[in-house]
Each structure stands twice: as structure tokens, then as C-alpha cells.
Design a binder for this molecule. Structure first.
Ligand code: SF4
Length: 1019
């Protein structure tokens, strides 16, 4: 008999025709046996839902191929045991070991015992089995050493399975097909067989269909695509055309007559895209019916996080405003595991229940993720970030209080602990010897390692012991062990960290599934005994078993939630509203990596068809036809690093043919009505951002926030004016009691909002512990060496003496530098010391050359700290006090002074920098030397670039009248004007985000909190 093929574009009613056929047969013969085969459990549920009718669905079975094949094996009493994926992987490992032991692995001799190799080999064997390729057949085809070795392992694997009477998970369909072929009477005949929802078939599936033909009266098979010559070659249909060729090689098919009329049941705009995308000459949309453009939204958001937020907001709007039932909505994303955390978090904030699709692997359970994070801590070098995350996991008891964990985090940042027990040991030693450690200040006079910030020694001891006890609990036994020994140890870990008692009720099933995996691993070990294995191999085996187990999902969750899944799951199922994320370059379509085992030539030899994952254009057309009413397609525009994220090929193809107003461009700073906010948090954020305090206040729900703001002047400022243009009513005491530094002055003059964030709110980005010196540490280190070099210098031009002093200063400073300046030296530190010494030698020589006639009178001269007088500036009856450390002050024969301010970076400063307020430190210091330290008249001053050994072209003398007796007078007017400008900012209390020249420096310390930060020039 022949098989009837129903082939047409997606959403053209193919499934409806199948359903009509079933109903027709059932109305003629209610006892008729009908079998429906669908690709996966999602389509199974969808088909069953559509099948449900008042007449019932008695005698109609809907299965996936795997379920159907299993039932055939069971019915046939074949005696075959279907093994689970974890045991299957173990058998692959065993086969690899055997071949290696026979000395037959040359090509793979260096990787044969790695977890990665067994994983890719298992995947390759699965592909061989699905394509009904046996080791014997392969033997006559293989050519290269690599192929020969794979063939040997495959042969060993198949012998192992056959000797034990086992069937691998991927071999089930082929085994069922063989049983039916040999004994067709094992199954009762079918009146009708429907194969629906597939866009391609594996060879074993086609074999099974072919072997079912003799016992089935009618077979209908649906396939998306087109039989028209012109349509067949359209990019989105090519995959389906190839599938048809594949089917025709195995099955005897004919085109079903008068079944589908190509009436695509979609809103006009979606139907238009389905019919025109990737067409050489698409019809212009303007010529078609523009009645329902709102059925499609193309959304360009900022980062991927912004994208998730906007998609969820749109979904919420459709559910609430357009009354689309929540269970008829779906969200799909490529690389779902990357989108899932943001989807979970933001959906919780917006109170939108998501149902993460079909059963997911147990390995994705938060309970399991927690446990594995702990287990991998030590093998991965006890990285500080991972350690802190583990100590804060809610699923365990670390034995430390949250405050103690915060202290450990603080210590790790202060002492640059990047990871490893040795670094922690070193840190405890440093903190215990605080009195013996030299104390140094930065150029604003703040102490580098301020010991008063750390807990006292008793608390430090508690922290040290607590951390050690936690690490002891999770430290694995040394060497190789048997699986039961590893499992016993692991159970002990779970008890010590009290995993069971911290698990939420709804996640208890995950815990039980996890403990079942422990037992499964022991049973598998009895079936295929392993040698003693080390900790890493144990973790790989455990991962394998857990990955193969599924999480159970409470069914009631499904009814009132948005279905959320991987983009490839969207095939064959339909929703009223659907959103597809990730149409950015390299996300969807994703780059396809070549299979490391079945390379292109090998694949051609074996005649294995191109995998569905490698042909994503067929998926695109399915995506475009998944929504009956509303379709949202989104893409991120900005990477996490702030760079532009290009649109994908598919996004571009859609955008090219749809009306321009279909594309919405939204950024997190886009101003929108508060009524559009999808959560209270978002509403509050928008109110702040858009200065809509009144509108926000009108809503009674927001009173708590407003009351809180009245108690807190900073919050008051934020709410009244927006986070980017802050207004704070600073008390007068703030101006008179505060001791300002030159950095604060420059911050305020450069951009008031930067000052507000850094110097009023004291917000600073959290610094991750890292190797090497940062700019601040390097600057302080070099300042200190120059101070020591010059402190005994009586003749600033005596290079020999100065270079000797430099040598001594380096010798005494470099060894202690990592402890004093809190950085973690890398292997390059020795090399870096030599390099710095060379640069310092050059600086000494160049400074000597311009010091004829000058004597140094002070180095690292403080004002406003260390008991030295402040620089007091009186403005409108209020004194502003300043502090700082002047790097070097020289005096000439006339008794006049010059100020030198060391910088490690460039010193390409101009007079404009001073007039604009960008660079005023030198002027402030000159004023302090004259007025606060009262050590003489200022004649000169400049910035000195230490690493390039150059003086700045910007010089104090350029702002002075050489005829003046007191040459301080001219520059005094300029710096006083700048201080007055700074004072006015504080007095008015307005801190607009308004950088000089509209340019934000890439290193702006407030950038993290500033919505207006742009890496390039602001418009
Ligand atoms: S990022 Fe730009 S606007 Fe924002 S605080 Fe910094 S300098 Fe000012």
C-alpha cells in the first residue's frame, strides 16, 4: 500500500486534515484502531488536546516514536532490556577501554580516557543507531585512522549490548522495526496511522513506518514545505524538500488529494511573512491587507536582560489588556539556559508565572546546581567568587552567619584573594600582624589598608575556623576510590551541609531524584564494574547520571502559566500569543560547530543526513507561524560589554519586508507612562528616572516609598529629580564640616552627578579580586619610591647619588608592596619590578636635568591631615576645608617655590583643562603650599608623568604675571573661581549628569549607576 503525503506551508491546516480523517473513520467504525505518532511530548499533549471531542478518543493512541517502539518491544516479549543513558555512556567507556587495552588506539591515544571523548563518542553512536548503521556496514566504508578506531569501538560497543541482551536508548526504534519486520503479527492491525508534526525523519523512524505498512489500512504523513517547484527552492523550504527526498528513498508515497488548500490560518501580516520571507521577489506588504499589523512586533531592546524585561512586559499586557489566556501564551529562546535566569527573576518581579516547558534534566535543578557548585569548588582552585556564592546558597548550611560571610567577602576584596587556601592563609597572617605592617596614604590622604575596617582578632579567628570547617566538610578523599565509597562520602557531605532540611517543599522531588541517582550509580557499577576512579571521574559519572534524570514538574503549574521553552521546541505546536527571543547575530541562527567524530566526509560516506540543528531556516518558518493572534520577535542590541550587537540574518530578512512601524526600539532609559510599568519595582524606577514624583505620589500604593523618602534626604533627592539628575538639600554643616580633597573638587567640576554618586552616596563599583596592581596601587607605590629616593637628596642634580637612593628605595619597597598596597602579584611581578625600576631611573635623570638651581624642601607634604592645617577657603561666610598630599615642593635661590605633582598616566593637559575645571589639582596644591603650609611664594608648578619621564606642558607659571612680586596672586583668582563654582553646586544641591564638553570618561566611577553613561561622545 502507499502512504498519503500531506505537504504544505506551516499553519495551512495539515493537522486539521488528520483530525478530520480520524473523526471520519471513528464515525464509520467506533472500534477502529488509530495510531498517531508525533515527534515529542509537547506535540503529543497538543495533539491530544485537539483530539479531545464530545465523542471521546477511545481506541486512538497518540505516542512519540520512542514510546511506540518501547511498547512494541514489551509486547513482543523480546527479552531485550532498554538501558538508561547513563549506563549506555558507561558501556561506551568500557568499549573504549577494551580497545585501548588491545593497543588499537593511536589517533585517540591521548584523549581516550577523558570525559569529553566518551561524551562525543556516545553522541556519534546515537547518530549511527538512529541512521541504522551497524559496525559491520561501517567496516567496509571507513578510510582514515580516526574512522577505523571509531569503528572498532562501535563494534565492541554493539557486541557488549548484544551479549547482554541490552538495547541502547537510541537503538529502541530500530529494534522495534526489526521485530515488526520479522513478526508483523505481534501487533494488532491498525485501521489508520497518522504521522504528524515532523519536519524530518531519522532512518530508524522511516524503517518502522515501512514495516508497519503491511498491517495498516491507511497511513497519512504530514510534512511542512511545498511541492511547487518555485517554493521548493525557497531557503526556508529547502530543508523540507530534502526531507521529502529522504522519505521517498524508503517509503512508497503519493500526494493526498484535495486535502489542503494552502489557506494559511494566520493573521494577515504573519501569513504575508510566511509566504514572502526569503522569496526572491517578495510581494510588497502595502499591496496586501494592512488591517492587523499589531499582530506582529519586532522588538529591539538594549541588553539581553532588557530584552527579557520588554518581552515579559508585552506578554503581561496581552494577557491583561487583550484578554489572551495565559495558558495560550508561550515564550521561546535559543540557548534557553542563558536566558532562563533573567526570565525566572524578572517574571517573578512582574508576577508572571512561567512554566519551563517539558521536563528538564535534573542537572538544572537549583538543588543540584548548588551541590555541584560545592563539589567543584576545590578542583577548580577554590575561586573566591565561587566560594562566596556557595557560602550564600540558600540550600545549605555553611556554618557561618550571613554577616560572617560578608566579612569574608570584604576581606577577600581588601586583600585581593583570587582563590586557593594558601591565599586565605596568607590573609589571616597579614591581618594578625597588623601592627608590623607599614601604613601608607593615597594622594587624598586616605589610608591604604585601614585595619580599623577589619573585625577584631577574636572575630577573625572565628571567621578563619568557620571557613576551614566549611571547607573540611566538602574536601573529597584523596586518590582513587570505588563508586560506593564516593557515594558514601557524598551522602556525608549532604548531611553536613544539611541539604535536605534547607530544600523548599516544592523542590523535595528534586532531592529524592538526586538521592535516587546516587543509588542508580551504585547499581550501574554493579552491572558494569568500573575500576577505582579519582574525584574528577566520579564527578563526571555523577553528572552523567543526573543529566539523564528528569525533574518532575507539578502539573497544576501548567494550567495558569506561560509556556517557556527552547526555540527548537516550537515546531508543530501553536499558541494564541508567542514571543521568540534572541534574533541577534550568532544567537539565532547560531553558529554550527562541526561534529568532532562524524566529520563532513565521514558523514557523506555513511549517508547520514544533515542534522536539524544545522539547518535552522526550516525552524524559522515554523516560528513565524506559531502564533494565531500575536507574535513578538525580539533581539538584544547591546552586549554585556556595552558593544553593539548586530542583528541576525533572520531578523534582517523579516525587517526588510514588514512595515517600518512594526519595529519598536526600546532602551531601559526610554521614558514611558508609569501605567505601562509591569511591576512595582519598575514603576518606582521609572518615577525616579522620569521625574514623575507627583504622578507616582498620586497612587496610594506608593505612599510607603514616599514616606521613606521624607526620612532620607538622599532618597528625597533621587525621587524628586530622577537618578540621573539628582537634587539633594544638603545641610549647611555639610559644606563647613566636610574636608574636601582635590579629587572631590575635580569630580564636582567635571560632572556634578559623578560627585553625587562617588562623594555623597559613596557608591563605588565592587572591585573583583584580581592579580597585578591597579592604577591607584601603582600610583601610590611609585610615589612612595620617589619620596624615599629624594628624602635625603641635598643636590637634586647629583644623578649618581639619586640613582643609588632609587636602588635602595626599590629594594626596600618592592618586596613589601603586595602586602602594603593589597595586590596579588602574578608570575610577571619580577619582570614588572625591573621594568618599573628602569622607568623610575629615567624619571630621576630627567628630573635632575630640570632641577639646576632648585632644592627640595618637602616630599609628600600633607595639609589637612596628619595634624597639618587645612586649606581654608572662605566663601560667603562659610569655610570650605581642603586636604591633600603635595608630592614634592622645591625652592630656588630666590626663595620661591615650585610644586610637582606626580602622575602615572599621560600629562597632556592644556590651559583649557584648567579653565573648564577638568584639571585643578596643581592649582589647589599651590594654594595650599602658600596659604595652609605658608612656606613661601609660588613661582612654578607642573605635573610630572613618572612612567614617560616628562613634565606637563601645563605649567603654573603660564598663569602668572612674571612682574608680580607675589606670583601667587594671578593663579589664585582662577582656582578661587573654581572652588566658588564647586561651592555653588553644593549650595544649590543640584547634581545634574552633565560632564564637561558632554563627554563621559570611560573610567567614570559613577558609570555603573548613571543611565546617561555613554562610552563615546554624547550627542
Ligand atoms: S557617566 Fe557621564 S554623565 Fe554619568 S556621572 Fe559619569 S561623567 Fe557624569
Amino acid at each position: 500500500m502507499t502512504i498519503e503525503l500531506i505537504m504544505d506551508l506551516p499553519a495551512s491546516g495539515k493537522t486539521t486534515v488528520c483530525l478530520q480523517k480520524i473523526r471520519q473513520i471513528k464515525s464509520d467504525d467506533p472500534l477502529a484502531s488509530v495510531q498517531v505518532l508525533v515527534p515529542d511530548s509537547l506535540q503529543l499533549q497538543a495533539f491530544q488536546k485537539r483530539l479531545a471531542s464530545p465523542s471521546g478518543s477511545w481506541g486512538i493512541r497518540v505516542n512519540t516514536f520512542a514510546q511506540f517502539a518501547r511498547s512494541i518491544l514489551e509486547k513482543a516479549l523480546s527479552g531485550k532490556i532498554i538501558i538508561n543513558p547513563s549506563l549506555n555512556r558507561q558501556i561506551v567507556c568500557e568499549a573504549i577501554r577494551h580497545i585501548q587495552a588491545k593497543g588499537k588506539l593511536n589517533y585517540y591515544c591521548n584523549v581516550w580516557n577523558t570525559a569529553g571523548f566518551s561524551k562525543v563518542v556516545t553522541k556519534a553512536f546515537s547518530d549511527f543507531e538512529k541512521n541504522c548503521i551497524s559496525a559491520d556496514q561501517m567496516k567496509s566504508i571507513v578510510q582514515t585512522q580516526q574512522e577505523i578506531e571509531i569503528n572498532l569501538i562501535f563494534e565492541e560497543y554493539q557486541i557488549f549490548l548484544s551479549d547482554h541482551g541490552w538495547v541502547s536508548p537510541s537503538g529502541v526504534i530500530q529494534a522495534a522495526a526489526e521485530i515488526i519486520k520479522k513478526k508483523p503479527d505481534h501487533l494488532d492491525p491498525f485501521r489508520l496511522l497518522i504521522i504528524d508534526g515532523f519536519d524530518n525523519f531519522d532512518q530508524d523512524q522511516l524503517w518502522l513506518i515501512r514495516n508497519l505498512e503491511p498491517i495498516t489500512d491507511e497511513i497519512y504523513l504530514t510534512l511542512p514545505g511545498s511541492l511547487q517547484a518555485e517554493e521548493k527552492e525557497r531557503l526556508v523550504n529547502r530543508r523540507f524538500s530534502r526531507s521529502l527526498e529522504q522519505i521517498q528513498k524508503v517509503l512508497n508515497i503519493q500526494i493526498a488529494e484535495n486535502t489542503v488548500k494552502s489557506a494559511i490560518h494566520l493573521p494577515d501580516i504573519l501569513r504575508y511573512i510566511v509566504e514572502n520571507i526569503f522569496k526572491q521577489q517578495p510581494v510588497k506588504w502595502i499591496e496586501t491587507n494592512p488591517s492587523d499589523e499589531k499582530s506582529l512586533i519586532l522588538l529591539e531592546a538594549g541588553t539581553q536582560e532588557d530584552e527579557v524585561r520588554e518581552v515579559l512586559r508585552q506578554m503581561k499586557s496581552w494577557i491583561i489588556r487583550d484578554a489572551i489566556p495565559i495558558a495560550s501564551c508561550a515564550i521561546f529562546a535559543p540557548q534557553l539556559e542563558k536566558y532562563a535566569p533573567a526570565l525566572r527573576r524578572i517574571s517573578e518581579e512582574m508576577q508572571i508565572p512561567l512554566n519551563f516547558g517539558r521536563k528538564v534534566s535534573l542537572i538544572e535543578s537549583p538543588v543540584v546546581i548548588t551541590l555541584f557548585s560545592l563539589l567543584r569548588l576545590q578542583p577548580e582552585g577554590l575561586k573566591t567568587n565561587n566560594l562566596m556564592n556557595c557560602l550564600r546558597f540558600p540550600y545549605i548550611s555553611s556554618g557561618l552567619t550571613p554577616e560572617q560571610v560578608n566579612w569574608l567577602d570584604f576581606i577577600s576584596r581588601q586583600l585581593s584573594i583570587t582563590g586557593g587556601s594558601e591565599q586565605w592563609e596568607e590573609a589571616w597572617n597579614i591581618l594578625q600582624k597588623e601592627d608590623a605592617t607599614e601604613k601608607v596614604d593615597d594622594e587624598d590622604g586616605n589610608q591604604f589598608l585601614d585595619y580599623s575596617c577589619f573585625p577584631d582578632s577574636a572575630e577573625l579567628l572565628l571567621l578563619k575556623n568557620g571557613l576551614q570547617a566549611f571547607l573540611d566538610n566538602i574536601t573529597p578523599p584523596q586518590g582513587n576510590q570505588q563508586i560506593p565509597v564516593w557515594i558514601a562520602w557524598l551522602k556525608g557531605v549532604c548531611e553536613k551541609i544539611q541539604l535536605r532540611s534547607h530544600i523548599r517543599q516544592e523542590e523535595e522531588s528534586d532531592y529524592f531524584a538526586l538521592t535516587a541517582c546516587f543509588e542508580e550509580l551504585i547499581i550501574e557499577d554493579r552491572m558494569v564494574p568500573r575500576q577505582n576512579i579519582d574525584y574528577n571521574d566520579f564527578l563526571s559519572a555523577l553528572t552523567e547520571t543526573i543529566t539523564a534524570s528528569e525533574r518532575s514538574n507539578p502539573t497544576q503549574q501548567f494550567a495558569n502559566s506561560i509556556f517557556t521553552g527552547e526555540i527548537t521546541w516550537a515546531r508543530g505546536i501553536r499558541f494564541q500569543a508567542a514571543a521568540f527571543l534572541g534574533f541577534g547575530e550568532s544567537i539565532f541562527p547560531s553558529a554550527v560547530a562541526e561534529d568532532v567524530i562524524i566529520k563532513k566526509e565521514f558523514q557523506d560516506l555513511l549517508q547520514i543526513p544533515v542534522s536539524a540543528d544545522n539547518d535552522q531556516s526550516g525552524l524559522l518558518i515554523q516560528i513565524l507561524s506559531r502564533a494565531d493572534e500575536k507574535l513578538l520577535i525580539s533581539r538584544p542590541c547591546i552586549t554585556d560589554a556595552g558593544d553593539e550587537w548586530e542583528e541576525s540574518l533572520y531578523w534582517n530578512a523579516i525587517r526588510q519586508i514588514v512595515p517600518e512601524n512594526t519595529v519598536q526600539r526600546i532602551r531601559s532609559s526610554t521614558k514611558r507612562p508609569l501605567s505601562e510599568a509591569a511591576s512595582e519595582d519598575e514603576k518606582e524606577y521609572w518615577a525616579v528616572l522620569q521625574r514623575k514624583r507627583d504622578e507616582y505620589a498620586d497612587d496610594d500604593n506608593n505612599q510607603d516609598m514616599l514616606e521613606a523618602s521624607q526620612r532620607d534626604p538622599m532618597l528625597e533627592g533621587l525621587l524628586s529629580s530622577g537618578a540621573c539628575d539628582s537634587c539633594v538639600n544638603l545641610p549647611e554643616q555639610f559644606r563647613s564640616q566636610q574636608i574636601f580633597s582635590s579629587s572631590q573638587l575635580e569630580n564636582g567640576l567635571y560632572c556634578p552627578f559623578r560627585y553625587f554618586i562617588s562623594n555623597i552616596l559613596f557608591l563605588e563599583p565592587i572591585k573583583e579580586p584580581a592579580f597585578e596592581l591597579d592604577t591607584k596601587q601603582l600610583g601610590s607605590l611609585l610615589h612612595r619610591i620617589l619620596q624615599l629616593t629624594f628624602e635625603k637628596a641635598e643636590n637634586l642634580t647629583d644623578k649618581t647619588f639619586l640613582l643609588e637612593q632609587l636602588e635602595k628605595a626599590c629594594n626596600c619597597t618592592f618586596p613589601k608592596a603586595p602586602i602594603i598596597y593589597q595586590f596579588r602579584p602574578s608570575g610577571l611581578w619580577i619582570f614588572q619590578q625591573n621594568q618599573l625600576k628602569k622607568q623610575l631611573m629615567q624619571t630621576i635623570e630627567k628630573l635632575s636635568e630640570i632641577s639646576e638651581g632648585w632644592l627640595m624642601v618637602a616630599a609628600e607634604s600633607a595639609f589637612g591631615i596628619r595634624g597639618k592645617p587645612f586649606l581654608k577657603i572662605d566663601i560667603e561666610g562659610i569655610s570650605l576645608n581642603f586636604r591633600g598630599i603635595i608630592d614634592r615642593i622645591d625652592r630656588n635661590r630666590n626663595g620661591n617655590l615650585r610644586i610637582i605633582d606626580y602622575k602615572i598616566g599621560g600629562t597632556h593637559f592644556s590651559a583649557d583643562d584648567v579653565f573648564s575645571g577638568r584639571r585643578v589639582q596643581l592649582f589647589l596644591y599651590a594654594l595650599a603650599a602658600a596659604d595652609a603650609l605658608k612656606i613661601g611664594r609660588i613661582e612654578e608648578g607642573f605635573y610630572w608623568a613618572i612612567l614617560s619621564a616628562k613634565a606637563s606642558s601645563l605649567k603654573l607659571s603660564g598663569f602668572m604675571d612674571p612682574q608680580e612680586m607675589d606670583r601667587t596672586a594671578t593663579f589664585r583668582a582662577l582656582i578661587m573661581e573654581k572652588i566658588k563654582q564647586f561651592y555653588q553646586i553644593l549650595e544649590v544641591g543640584e547634581f545634574p549628569a552633565n560632564p564637561i564638553d558632554g563627554k563621559c570618561p570611560s573610567y567614570c566611577s559613577a558609570a555603573t549607576w548613571c543611565a546617561l553613561f555613554q562610552r563615546e561622545d554624547r550627542p
